[in-house]
Design a protein around this ligand. Sequence first.
Ligand SMILES: [Zn+2]
Ligand SMILES: [Zn+2]
Length: 424
Amino acid sequence: MSLKSNVKRLIIYAFFGVITTAINWAVYILLQKLSFGITLSNALAWIASVMVAFSTSKIYTFKNKARSFKELLEQIILFIFSRLLSGLLQIFLPTLLLSIGLTHTLFGIRGFWAKIITNGIVILFNYTLSRTLVFPQKNLFNCIKNKLKNLPICSKIKSRKINERSTKMLSNYHTHTVRCNHAIGLEEEYIKRAISAGMTDLGFADHIPYLFPDETHVDGAKMDMSLAEDYFSTLLDLREKYSDKIKIHIGFEAEYYESCFDKTLNKLMEYPLDYLILGQHRVGDYRSPIVFKPTQKEQDLKSYVDTVIKAINTDKFSCIAHPDVINYTGDEEIYVKHMRRLCAAALEFDIPLEINMLGAATNRHYPNERFFKLVAETGNKVIIGCDAHSPDMIINTTGFERCREILNKYGITPLNYLVFKKLR
Ligand SMILES: [Zn+2]
Ligand SMILES: [Zn+2]
């Protein structure tokens, strides 16, 4: 997170700090009017202000979403704990400052400066605890982890680890079926191949049956909604049949089209859908051409990255398939500038980036080495995806070796498994 966004956050935080203080006073005055005792009025005023501070920090300052009731409860307890700690600071710090000679009086108030400095420190203290302890940013953690990872000693150990671990793929979440009109083979053949390759998890993510606003529009490379029923029932049967040998997951690969994404996802939620991966083959409108054609226009690259970032912000995609699919052949600096934004957004939302085995096996313009150099610098999670359109593409030796070579070159250890984002 940049300094600028931290400062912005701190300003929002300070703004709500003022409101919180006002509420503290308002509650106190009200209770006094109702003839409550001073201690009780202060205690209730404190509780009210902590509640307001918690809610505004959570919703506005840190934009945090708790994933469960347990997580929310933990946050509340940690928040109260951090406020109790800063309460101690507020009580004892002025005395300490006075004792070291900060005894100046202003406006006739003794220890005025000591109190002002204490207030400043308490705000920073509260902010820091909220940012790191109560609503931790994955981002911050990743940054520290990444700095450590890049120490020479760590990268040596790591490159040894890659060579040990990635000789085998334990999972693949990018498998197509005949329903998209450009894949071949039975689902069962893909599954058998995955089992014999030693995989423990196989995810099907066929091209999503989009419900386009223009109902007459047909995307020939996508499943039709009428086939969704069969897609799920076939895979559920196979999941059952092979349950002792491999875990089968059911997903879709989708572009993010703002005009019809929610509607399509809502429809598909009628089925036991496990996950989505983003495959942004087109940018903007669903009728626009695919992004495979080489382009030197910055605008093309920018629109692609902007769309992917919008998709990331939905927090519905568990992985970004071939994030480097955009075929930008222009200036290196411009490429880095925009793709770095993509990597940063993926890191912030903790979405792994795929290195695409199909592209590697068939010498496409992706996987793009310069992209994975950026990925390593940003510290993104990476997973290898088969993008299988035929059973033999579940582990293609040429493609796999090429992916490994790129990852090894930049010291990236691929993930063994994906963690699915919540869709409901
Ligand atoms: Zn395809
Ligand atoms: Zn695909």
